[in-house]
Design a protein around this ligand. Structure first.
Ligand SMILES: [Zn+2]
Length: 249
């Protein structure tokens, strides 16, 4: 029984930005694609959108056929160090680079093309959740026990979903809210496809993310971190659009 519980818990811990977070990133990206990218993506995915397909790489994790993809959702940068490659733990960066290169070449089967595109959408989103760029010591905050409004959980889960869900917006509402204050110029400035820039920003947020006091998190933690969380979601959407616009020219 204990084994089963452990198994269930560790499986749920592997999830990234919760479903809403990925959909927000997907919807913002969708709205900022070039016409060329939009058309080519529709050719691959058919009649759907980026928000809808964004959670698929998490949904397949329970199927052993996809076990080899479990470390595609995160990367590791040790304290005080630069990124040292996938050997440090997690292949997220490697996979985005590899897939971005592979996709436009037209050598993949229709199904592989679709799967790989889904993974790019998902992984770029994940890399904006600060705890998916781990420090190599606590499984991206999964080993950091906290309470969230008195319920036991861990820091990773607070950032995946608990803070987002607390806002009680649908993903479409939230995607709109986050973009409201932006001018067109600011939007254009956010369209940066440089993966290391957004990974570094996630990692640089750790000082704030890990500032958890006695670990009993509620309103105070939300006041302090809401802006950061929304900034990561916003940039996730724009960076994803930039990555896709780059691939599908
Ligand atoms: Zn993920």
């Amino acid at each position: 029984m204990r084994y089963l519980i452990t198994l269930l818990i560790s499986t749920s811990m592997l999830f990234a930005w919760g479903k809403t977070g990925h959909r927000i990133v997907g919807m913002i990206a969708e709205e900022n694609l070039t016409p060329e990218a939009k058309e080519q993506i529709a050719g691959i995915l058919g009649h759907t959108d980026l928000a809808r397909i964004s959670n698929w790489p998490d949904e397949i994790k329970s199927d052993p056929k996809w076990d080899h993809t479990h470390d595609w959702h995160y990367c590791t940068i040790f304290d005080g160090k630069e990124y040292e490659g996938p050997e440090a733990g997690g292949r997220a960066i490697q996979k985005v680079v590899e897939f971005s290169d592979l996709l436009p070449k037209g050598v993949l089967s229709d199904r592989d093309q679709k799967n790989i595109l889904c993974f790019i959408v998902h992984i770029v989103g994940d890399l904006h959740q600060p705890l998916h760029v781990g420090n190599g010591t606590d499984r991206g905050g999964n080993a950091v026990d906290v309470t969230w409004f008195r319920d036991s959980t861990n820091l990773h889960s607070v950032w995946d979903s608990k803070m987002i869900d607390h806002m009680q917006y649908s993903y479409t509402e939230y995607a709109q809210q986050i973009q409201l204050a932006l001018t067109d110029e600011e939007k254009a400035g956010l369209l940066n496809p440089d993966i290391m820039a957004y990974v570094s920003a996630s990692r640089a947020a750790h000082g704030q993310v890990y500032d958890i006091g006695d670990g009993n998190l509620s309103w105070k933690y939300i006041y302090k971190n809401r802006e950061l969380m929304e900034d990561r979601l916003l940039r996730g959407g724009f960076h994803l659009a930039a990555v896709l616009n780059n691939i599908f020219q």
